[in-house]
Ligand binder design. Sequence first.
Ligand SMILES: [Fe+2]
Length: 244
Amino acid sequence: MIDFHSHILPAIDDGSADLEESLGMLRLSAAHDVGLMIATPHFYADAESPARFLRRRSHAYQALREGMSGQEAILPMVLTGAEIAYYEGISDCETLADMKIDGTPLVLVEMPMTKWSDRAVEELGSIYDKTGLIPLVAHIDRFIQLQHDRRLAERLRGLPVLIQANASFFLNRRYSRLAFSMMERGEIHLLGSDCHNLTTRRPNLLPAMQAIRDKLGEAPLQRVEANGRRVFTDNPKILEAMFL
Ligand SMILES: [Fe+2]
């Protein structure tokens, strides 16, 4: 399984505090059947320039790669991306492509924690047409829980975007029924742990996958796995091929 959302890079954001914690998170992820982790540190356009962020990410990634040296066979592979906080004008950002998930046309976008304006949803939907990049909406579950809007995914229906849900969505008693029904309807395309550390927000994909398997059988997990493989492509028409 691919973990499409993680804060695994050491000392770059509110995720892993240091190299030791990152390696511990990788070991735990391996035990959760994760073969590939996408490192998606937070990027806030109002706090730093893309160039500075990319420099910091490169250093942190290098440090992790060096720390993983000799253990590659037992640890998940790590590729870089970013969790880009939505801002007005994101669709015109010239360096957006530098933040995509390596080897894919996907950019992980964190929508506003407040109620989404029509304008924000519209701009999200315009990213693909303007740039050829496909927004992957980070942790749709977080917004559903914050906004108490169970039909939030419907606002994105028909737009050229993919949706990522966190493992915890399927493990949360209050929301798991909704999580399973969204998964069953194909409204969740990719999964992530959004792991931040080894204590409060640990890698947790395995119990989520088990819960999905118990409730819905193998098919949805196979679909998510297939989606994960498909996005690693140069085909600019991937989105049409996949979902539209
Ligand atoms: Fe995150």
